[in-house]
Design a protein around this ligand. Sequence first.
Ligand SMILES: [Cu+2]
Length: 395
Amino acid sequence: MSTTTHSHLPSRHHHSDSPSGAGIAALAVLLGVIVAVLSFGVVVLVKVADDARDDANRAAAGAPAAETAAPATHDHASHAAAASIGGLTSFAGAAPENAADIAAAHTPYDAAMPAAPAGPVAQVHLTLKDMTVEIAPGVKYQSWSFDGTGAPGPVIHVRQGQTVHMTLTNGGTIPHSIDFHAARIAPNKAFKDVLPNQSFSFSFVANDPGVYMYHCGTKPVLAHIANGMYGAIVVEPVAKPLPKVDREYVLVSSEWYLNGDGLTAPAQLDMAKAHASLPDWVTWNGYAGQYVAHPLTADPGETVRFWVVAAGPSFDTDFHVVGTLLDRAWVNADVTSPPQQNVQTVSVPAGGGGVFDVKIDEPGLYPFVSHSFASVDLGQVGLLKVGKVEGTMSH
Ligand SMILES: [Cu+2]
């Protein structure tokens, strides 16, 4: 498998005596390492790459690595990869030998939408904690996380018209805050900094249905979001309900910027890489490839609704499900307007949302990705398993 993938890029961009050739070779090594990480996902990546070869080529050609990268080192003992890109070191694809076992044993973030609370008031209490999380198989990161669940924080599900009574408790060591995109409220009052060991409450009425980002808004916001302080709140429309569906999943896209490979010691934020938008990993719900090892599920003929938020801090997400179209797409999560129908890919901007329905009749494994393919190579791919499908994806 990995041999196949290794051979893709060099065979199409063979200039082995040029700097860009070296860069492409480095990219190919990184791709190979990613494949090692996502052993089940290899077929997905190959299939997805085949599905959109032009996009992959464009991503490879346009990547900074193609211009400036030194050859990547490839440590066969650890499968760790590091490459210098524009003077910054990438740890993309770093993985221990037993990455596939770790991925299989990992408990995925529960993407199923939780129930909304009954009654007129939704009580939400989030506690900020400094904690080490895993963001890819064997890759540890020192995060700032809401509610001790790692990143993203818990999915908050309320109904249009409910009052959200929010309490933030700061269990960390520096000031933090919380900013709800679903709220119309004076941010200097509601989204103010909360000092360590203190709590702060505010309320807003969730009058605007959709799916929204919430995040820490303390300066520098880039650092607080990059360290894991974000999540999704779904405000379910009541005045004009959406069509009934069979399954609902919440996906939060985000990227991670590491100052080390995270294998031997937890990595921390590399602010220079965050400023350069040069992530090591891009994830659905905080962990690279977790829904490849543990697919989301549906039965044939069911309609699945994806509530998608792009947390960034800086990347948009170009939502696409391989093998089908988005039957209904509420672009920008504007669920008060009619949806677009039968579209292939919809952009979800950083700090924005989208709601997408797919109805799939034929059993199979359907990858969901950001069709901005650098993100796929950095871990942002999952599978929707429709029906009883054995084994891996085949062509
Ligand atoms: Cu914060």
